[in-house]
Design a protein around this ligand. Sequence first.
Ligand SMILES: O=C[C@H](O)COP(=O)(O)O
Length: 256
Amino acid sequence: MRIPVIAGNWKMHKTVKEALSFLSTLRSGSLPGNVETVICAPYPALPALVEAAEETGIGIGAQNLHWAEEGAYTGEVSARMLTDIGVRYTIIGHSERRAYFAETDESVNRKGKTALKHGLVPILCVGESLEERESGKTKHVVREQILRALDGFGSEEVKRLIVAYEPVWAIGTGRASTAEDAGEVIGFVRRTIADLYDQQVAAEVRILYGGSVKPDNIGSFLAEADIDGALVGGASLDPESFRQLVAAAASGREKG
Ligand SMILES: O=C[C@H](O)COP(=O)(O)O
């Protein structure tokens, strides 16, 4: 059975103080235990969040990492620096990094390998632009992103991955995909993984939807057989809204 995942991506929001205040509010209520709950925060907040999240069951993640072990890469952060402070997840290939920071499928692939080597769980983001969608290329684009990102990955590595399907046009726009469309693309991603590996591997990989997920629409996404949770931007910034997202995932049915 696949455990559902709710991952918040705070993007470039929250100082250390604001991050700790969020966690303190979140901790003041109960969080269900049968959901893998993750917060991907800006680097400066990570050490304090890891410490504050101890014994809460909440995993802390980065939003990016560098693929090299170490070296002359000004401004970058390595996998070892993240694991050293207790970070357990990292987003790779978010569309904002692809669009604004020249992230390529090749760098995403290298980052994924480095993350796995160091025991981090990569949250691999894929998704098509509006233009690609309107020209009927969604599945082609997503398949290519998956093939290139997973190039050279073994079955055991892929099982540890979390994939997030995030159509670029749905991110931060308030215009979410329909649950049916998202379910169809995510089913296609699972079949692509089954073709590349096998059914068992595909059945174990958690695949999330991301793009304008809110407490009032998450239920429809979670009702889709292949959708295992959500990667959430805006609605993860408020502790009450984030709690509602986690609660919705906890009340869903088991999948896989
Ligand atoms: O990583 C999260 C996504 O970019 C979704 O952001 P959003 O929920 O603000 O649309």
